[in-house]
Design a protein around this ligand. Structure first.
Ligand SMILES: [Zn+2]
Length: 450
């Protein structure tokens, strides 16, 4: 069943669930089906692992197909990188080519059977019975013809000749499906062949990357007043986001990763050096990290984090714990007596962050940031879920994405509240340091000089 030999070649079927199986095979032609359903396991990404098996062939060919599920899924990504071909039909009335989209299928209210196609070129009304002819005369057109060597095809059910895919039937299905987001998604995925975009705010990491401006720690905008750091702790690394604060804006200045076991000394020494670093402020003075929040809530690092922060409280280096709930304050001392821990209201902080990013207002990105920063920043979206009939907003992680830079950014913006200094005082300070320091007066002792 799973292997066939025939003159000129052989065919093997493998399950994407156990990509380890793939290692024993190499192939010139790889075909993968329903890739939006593949799960990334501990062995890795089955798509990447399968692609590796074709590396030795110069004339390899890789075919991937799927019903698209979510807009961040693998098939949508692959299609976006391709020459993006769409299937266009010939209008029997005006003889021009157009894609049959759902928007161009119309029907009389409460009468889905009356569904027909309205040719977007000239508004011709086209009945279902012309479909076979229109499709037979159809053509593929690349909408990104500049892409070479990667063909991508998108097609929906509206061109299907099947009896169950007639426009009137699909219109009736749509009227049922649109009653709930879950069923509407199934219709959009399976009938229209389109990925589902989850409601709420979500960001395109590429668009965010393109927003980067020419500033960084060594080239600070003059309006920078303070710098804060947010530290996300993982078992094998610290991820740090450095954020500048103007009177109103947040400036993401840098993202650093220190590798090493979290219970070892090296990464903490590296963090300590970063906290001691000073940068030239354009107004003449120097600026350092004014406050730093270190996450202590992940995987039993509390003691380690406490041990690092305790001797540095005086420099506003504090352990924090993220807590969900939109009504919580962004930053607050823990209520437990004698506990030196600060609570970050992560949902409230993320809402503030996402609102600024969404409006492209009040947040700016520096040119030291790499694509990975934006990929992780865009790793969650605010969605509304119905819990026992009541809408509830929450942030949901997009499947398969990591969120370290998002978390660290949230900590960095929250810890700003530890700095009580006034804007005027600070601005003065950053400018006054410009005065050249007098060299210390040294009186040489005759006794010392011998
Ligand atoms: Zn027409």
């Amino acid at each position: 069943m799973l292997a066939r030999r025939f003159p000129g070649g052989s065919l093997k079927f493998l399950a994407a669930k156990s990509p380890r199986n793939l290692r024993r095979h190499t192939t010139r032609f790889l075909a993968m089906d329903e890739i939006d359903g593949y799960e990334i396991t501990q062995e890795g990404d089955p798509i990447k692992l399968a692609e590796m098996r074709t590396l030795t062939f110069r004339d390899r060919k890789i075919l991937a197909g799927s019903t698209p599920v979510f807009d961040f899924g693998p098939i949508t990504r692959l299609y976006d990188q391709s020459d993006k071909r769409v299937f266009e039909c010939l209008c029997p009335s005006c003889a021009e080519y157009s894609e049959i989209t759902w928007a161009s299928i119309q029907w009389k209210e409460d009468d889905p059977d009356s569904a027909h196609w309205v040719c977007p070129r000239n508004g011709c009304v086209v009945e279902e019975r012309f479909k076979p002819h229109m499709v037979a005369q159809g053509r593929w057109r690349a909408t990104a013809p500049e892409v070479k060597g990667h063909a991508g095809f998108a097609v929906n059910c509206l061109v299907s000749p099947h009896h169950n895919a007639r426009w009137g039937k699909l219109a009736a299905e749509f009227l049922l499906a649109k009653r709930a987001p879950e069923t509407l998604q199934v219709f959009q995925n399976t009938i229209l062949g389109q990925p589902w975009k989850t409601e709420g705010e979500d960001f395109d990491e590429h668009e965010l990357f393109a927003r980067r401006e020419a500033f960084n720690l060594d080239n600070l905008p003059p309006e920078t007043l303070w710098i804060t750091a947010g530290v996300d702790c993982q078992d094998d690394r610290l991820e740090i986001v450095l954020m500048g604060h103007t009177e109103t804006d947040w400036l993401i200045l840098d993202h650093r990763v220190f590798w090493g076991p979290i219970d070892g000394e090296t990464i903490w020494q590296e963090l300590d050096s970063l906290l001691k670093e000073a940068w030239q402020h354009p107004n003449g003075g120097t600026i350092r990290i004014d406050a730093c929040a270190v996450d202590s809530s992940d995987g039993g690092h509390l003691e380690t984090v406490m041990g690092f922060c305790r001797p540095r409280f005086g420099r506003r280096v504090v352990p924090i714990k993220g807590v969900a709930g939109f009504s919580r304050p962004i930053f607050q001392r823990s209520g437990t007596k004698g506990q030196h821990l600060w609570i970050v209201g992560v949902d409230a902080a993320k809402s503030a962050l996402f609102a600024r990013v969404g409006r492209n207002q009040g947040i700016r990105f520096g040119d030291a940031l790499l694509p990975i920063f934006f990929e992780q920043l865009a790793s969650e979206r605010r969605v509304v879920r119905y819990v026992r009939g009541k809408p509830e907003a929450r942030f949901e992680r997009i499947k398969g994405k990591r969120a370290e830079t998002l978390d660290a950014s949230v900590y960095a913006l929250a810890v700003r509240q530890l700095i009580g200094q006034s804007v005027d005082r600070r601005a003065e300070e950053l400018a006054s340091q410009a005065a050249p320091k007098r060299p210390p007066v040294v009186i040489k002792s005759k006794w010392l000089g011998g």
